[in-house]
Write a protein that binds this ligand. Structure first.
Ligand code: ZN
Length: 326
């Protein structure tokens, strides 16, 4: 510990649609937050200018002097190199090999760090969210893909090359569907939102009765949220596929529990809004597949920070990096 006393840090959650930024204090409270469209079509330089603008606005609105800011951390989709601050590939942004940290540092007066977005969310939940005060927190982000983060003793486990914690790419079926990572049968290929939509479409094609049959046949865009809403409204096919998604997740979570014996597994992302329809089957499936001793006291929790997890977590990562304990 360096005894850094600067009271605030800026966390940025960089997404393909929005840039969310927060000025955060050492207790994890968000003093000021701001969200603007990313405008990714404008190119990397334009987006980085916009991030710098968000940082300036946050300090201005928060009445915070630059010398009271420990630094800025950007949580970004990857793959990326957090040590060198380079985003190798961000399909949502159309970026390849963007030296984000250097580019942003040249526009700001603070140190800038880069972090994988799921890692940032995991850090946030372990710091001040659902996993606060716990020794070992595992986080899964459920969305278009499945991201993962592992926090042990208040520190992220990034792996030797910084590419660890890819919990979405645990194989649950050696002969399963091709995954976006190039492998086959990853949990992401079974339980991310597009997989749920795909299974729902297949069930309807096979003749299953569903309130969404007309929408699928008309070629409408049906997303996971719509399937969940149909399930809540009594659509038995939609409910069955939601529950199946939970069971698939339970298979993967059982392995995380056997490997890490964590205090808690935190689920984050839009699909988590499905609540017990997803969590119930997940916990049942997990319980049958992992050691009783490893799941004793284990909690499977929904994100407490929700849409702010990435932003708050990134700020926490900035404090940790400034202390030299990232
Ligand atoms: Zn994969």
């Amino acid at each position: 510990m360096t005894g850094d006393t600067r009271s605030r840090a800026v966390g940025i959650d960089l997404g393909g649609t929005n840039i969310k930024g927060g000025l955060v204090d050492r207790d994890g409270h968000v003093a000021v937050k701001k969200s603007i469209p990313t405008e990714a079509a404008g190119g990397a330089g334009h987006v980085i200018d916009r991030i710098a603008g968000v940082v300036a606005d946050l300090l201005d609105e928060g009445g915070t002097a630059p010398d009271d800011v420990a630094g800025v951390c950007v949580g970004s989709p990857g793959p990326l190199d957090a040590d060198r601050g380079i985003i190798f590939e961000a399909p949502n942004l159309g970026w390849r090999d963007v030296p984000l940290a250097d580019e942003l540092t040249s526009r700001l007066d603070f140190p800038v760090w880069l972090e994988n977005d799921a890692n940032a969310a995991a850090f946030g939940e372990a710091w001040v969210g659902a996993g606060k005060g716990r020794e070992c927190v595992i986080l899964l982000t459920l969305g278009t893909g499945i991201g993962g983060g592992i926090v042990i003793g208040g520190r992220l486990w990034r792996g030797v090359n910084g590419t660890g914690a890819e919990l979405g790419h645990m194989t649950i079926d050696y002969d399963g569907p091709i995954c976006g990572c190039g492998s086959r049968g990853c949990i992401e290929a079974f339980a991310a939102a597009p997989a749920l939509v795909r299974r729902m479409r297949l069930a309807i094609d096979d003749g299953a009765d569903s309130s969404l049959a007309g929408a699928f046949r008309a070629g409408e865009e049906v997303d996971a949220k719509r399937i969940y809403e149909a399930a809540v409204a009594g659509d038995a096919t939609a409910r069955r596929e939601m529950e199946q998604t939970g069971r698939f997740l339970g298979i993967a979570v059982a392995s995380y529990v056997n490997i890490f014996n964590p205090n808690c597994v935190v689920l984050h992302g839009g699909m988590v809004d499905a609540g017990d329809m997803l969590l119930g089957p997940l916990v049942d499936e997990m319980a049958g597949r992992c050691f009783e001793s490893s799941r004793r006291g284990l909690q499977v929790l929904r994100s407490a920070l929700r849409g702010e997890a990435g932003m708050v977590g990134a700020a926490g990562c900035a404090f940790a990096a400034a202390e030299g304990s990232a």
